[in-house]
Write a protein that binds this ligand. Structure first.
Ligand SMILES: [Zn+2]
Ligand SMILES: [Zn+2]
Length: 369
């Protein structure tokens, strides 16, 4: 049964500025046009492109997707597991809910539709305040205060994210201090690590976990990011959506990833884990000093092996969808997403992880998990 509908607005890990990480989510079975977002690297521009394109019924399998390496377009099946339920564009069900619930939606032009669609994103869950995870949201944010926009937005995150957004972004220097506007249509709210919070829009629990994301360039202070678990309270089905991350360093007293996988194995039966959207930014050939707080295929497979051991299943992680996001584009001959996917599949096989379904997150597509 499909429980989660996830539209990937952006999944790039830079340095190209377009289409950086942002996912919008809704329950698969809902008639409402509301959405929540994880990260805000991309926003209204991609929503408008997707609205202009409409709903595509071809399930994507004869589709070409942008690559710009060996060829400018490559067949979609190069990037995804054959069992992944994916569709180009926004889902038919979302477009139908918009028509049903938003007045004059059908007759409006694509830009007015974009404002209405964006208005429906009630909550943003930000993983960390790096530009590639917030830039779309920041530039889009004045539209929250447009007269036609009647809805409020809440931006959620762990304190390391929310404090930085308030102090270093919405500070009237880098960007207007919109959360201070008297009507409070945009709010910043802190979450607590490991504390189950009820999603205000859907019957879901949201559980944030702090993870490591490298160290600062000058002072060497730790940089943190967030992994989110979204759990449907009716079915207990869950998905994990990750921000940038690096493995726990040996000898470091904060074993954050270890704690996270323990929580997952103890609280989410494997059959209820519908998918993990996780970064794997750099190929195997990267030197440790080139990772800058990210994962390579070896690291990601190590983490998945740890999870598999904790689940203690003879079939490894069979049936689990792992969707790889945030691949960094390099000046290479081959699309690094294809290199990383090949490396991950090879290592997963070598480590007996079972029928793990690994795919690349493709911007402009919707996943049904
Ligand atoms: Zn980052
Ligand atoms: Zn990033």
């Amino acid at each position: 049964m499909v429980v989660f509908e996830i539209t990937i607005l952006g999944a790039n890990g830079g340095p190209f500025e377009y289409g950086t990480q942002c996912f919008v989510l809704r329950p698969a079975k809902t008639e409402d046009p509301e959405l929540i977002a994880v990260d805000g690297g991309t926003g209204m521009h991609q929503l408008r492109e997707m609205l202009a394109q409409g709903w595509d019924d071809n399930e994507g399998y004869d589709e070409l997707v942008p690559s710009f390496y060996e060829h400018d377009r490559e067949p979609i099946e190069f990037f995804i597991d054959s069992k992944l339920n994916i569709q180009k564009g926004l889902s038919k069900s979302l477009l139908q809910s918009l028509k049903r619930n938003k007045e004059h939606f059908e007759g409006a032009n694509t830009t007015i539709k974009t404002f209405k669609l964006f208005e429906g994103i009630t909550d943003y869950y930000i993983t960390h305040p790096h530009f590639d995870h917030i830039s779309g949201l920041v530039v889009n944010s004045p539209s929250i205060y447009e007269r036609e926009n009647t809805k409020k937005k809440t931006i959620w995150g762990l304190p390391h994210t929310i404090d930085a957004l308030q102090k270093h972004v919405f500070n009237d220097l880098i960007w207007p201090n919109l959360p201070a506007v008297r009507s409070k249509k945009m709010k910043l709210r802190c979450l607590s690590p490991k504390k189950v919070e009820k999603c205000t829009t859907f019957p879901w629990d949201v559980i944030p976990f702090k993870v490591h994301h490298g160290i600062g360039v000058k002072a060497g202070a730790p940089v943190y990011s967030t992994f989110y678990i979204f759990r449907d309270r009716q079915t207990n089905d869950s998905i994990i959506i990750c921000g940038d991350v690096e493995q726990d360093q040996r000898g470091c007293d904060e074993a954050l990833l270890e704690e996270f996988w323990l929580y997952v194995a103890d609280n989410i039966p494997l059959v209820h884990l519908k998918g993990i959207l996780v970064e794997c930014s750099c190929p195997l050939s990267s030197k440790p000093e080139q990772l800058y707080g990210h994962l390579s295929p070896t690291h990601l497979i190590n983490e998945l092996s740890n999870l598999s051991i904790l689940y203690n299943s003879s079939r490894g992680l069979s049936g689990l969808n792992v969707i790889v996001t945030h691949v960094k584009e390099t000046s290479a001959k081959r699309d690094p997403r294809l290199t990383i996917l090949e490396e991950l599949r090879f290592l997963a096989h070598e480590r007996n992880l079972g029928d793990l379904r690994i795919s690349i997150a493709l911007g402009g597509h919707t996943l049904f998990l």
